[in-house]
Design a protein around this ligand. Structure first.
Ligand SMILES: [Fe+2]
Length: 245
């Protein structure tokens, strides 16, 4: 698998994520040069947007808070509008728009998995295919349309666990820290160990699908009658009340 073909210039093949210096330009506000970066998560579950200005989080919101649809996965139009309002800028003032994962790499993993479990897996794959063909495989186009054509800059797609690591380390009070990420699955990665120093994150190790502590947790979430990608927090809350066997 040639994973580097999906990498952006910001993500070095050495696995180092460079946060600063990524934008094509800076904007001028109040005589001071400011860089406005919009982060978007969408088309999976719990769509959200965040606006970072010169390294500081100005605003962040989940789309479901506006639409009142639990786990709303649609393009986070309302959340983006809110972030821009808080920052007092328009879409045209954005220097960079960043998406939280790499859709093509994720599609490759889903395709390989379903094919290896065919014919039963392939049936499930066909059920999910329309959404991929209509929307997810064309994420750059969908993002540009969603932003109403006012944003003419480029889009950066980070790997899922790089986004997790960045969102944990960069807002933290530490200049240097070990970073551990774990979830169900992103593209291929299900967990990673990295080290953050200043404005850089260096990826040291990855655990890859199908090995996943998060998916094991989801299996027990399902087993106990809750919805996957929804009821995990309830299972976590109930766990201390159980008796070890
Ligand atoms: Fe995740």
């Amino acid at each position: 698998m040639d994973r580097d073909r999906y990498n952006t210039p910001e993500v070095r093949s050495s696995g180092t994520l460079m946060w600063h210096g990524a934008a094509r330009s800076v904007s001028l506000l109040g005589g001071k040069q400011l860089m406005n970066i919009l982060g978007i998560s969408a088309y999976y579950h719990d769509s959200a947007a965040a606006l970072v200005r010169d390294g500081d989080i100005v605003a962040a919101a989940q789309e479901e808070r506006f639409t009142r649809k639990k786990h709303d996965y649609s393009f986070p139009q309302n959340a983006i509008d809110y972030c821009l309002r808080e920052a007092e800028i328009g879409r045209g003032d954005l220097d960079l728009v960043v998406f939280y994962d790499k859709p093509l790499l994720k599609f490759e993993r889903i395709l390989e998995t379903y094919v290896s479990y065919s014919p039963s897996g392939f049936k499930l794959f066909l059920m999910g295919l329309p959404l991929w063909l209509k929307q997810k495989l064309y994420t750059p186009r969908e993002l540009r349309n969603g932003l109403g054509g006012e944003y003419e800059g480029r889009f950066v797609f980070l790997e899922h666990h790089e986004s997790h690591a960045a969102s944990a380390f960069f807002p933290s009070p530490f200049d240097e820290a070990a970073i551990l990420t774990m979830d169900g699955v992103g593209e291929w990665t299900t967990g990673s160990i990295a080290v953050g120093r200043g404005s850089q994150i260096e990826l040291l190790k990855e655990l890859q699908f199908p090995h996943s502590l998060g998916l094991l947790y989801s299996a027990f979430t399902y087993f106990t009658g809750f919805r996957v990608n929804s009821g995990e927090y309830k299972l976590m809350g109930l766990a201390p009340y159980g008796k070890p066997i």
